[in-house]
Design a protein around this ligand. Sequence first.
Ligand code: ADP
Length: 190
Amino acid sequence: MINLILFGPPGSGKGTQAAKLVDRYQLLHISTGDLFRYEIGNSTPLGLEAKSYMDRGMLVPDSVTIGMLRNKVEANLEVPGYIFDGFPRTIPQYIALDELMEEKGHSISKLLMLDVPDDEIVVRVLERGKTSGRPDDSNEALIRKRIEVFNEETTPVFDHYALSGRSVRIVGVGDKAEIFGRLCAEIDNL
Ligand code: ADP
């Protein structure tokens, strides 16, 4: 089983690359951001709670996020592997993910981090905001806040998988196909 964490700041191309990776490796793509937006779209209590954090560029509390992620995995056990996108973002989240994987007899194969400079991210996310309809994509201050949260909260996640040699940095600028090639090279190496 191949279980990947696709990692990187907002707008680093995780969603775009995840879609291409799903095609090639038949993995199940689980994006916590997408799961939250689905809940918001259905006005569920979980969605309403998540929205209050997302609208401020903050992380949704771990208990909520971890519970939702676990449900998604539990509902999809018969898959060749998972691509976790936007999760884990905090220390409790990686602990929960490692436990969940172990419980199912699996483990995280690799964390692939898409490296993109901050100024490039702001440009990309503002551009995405023109069509995505995401309220958190149309305000530069909010985007910078999300980058700051990413840099602060998620460094320990990268470091955790680096300890066991599983974290890899990928240059996330350039041609999409080229970036995809870099990701595949890492996966084919497993
Ligand atoms: P981006 O990577 O562009 O910030 P996402 O769709 O991954 O977009 O996330 C959007 C928002 O959803 C985040 O700013 C955060 O509020 C919330 N979110 C997503 N994943 C998590 C997570 N693992 N833990 C806490 N909050 C999350």
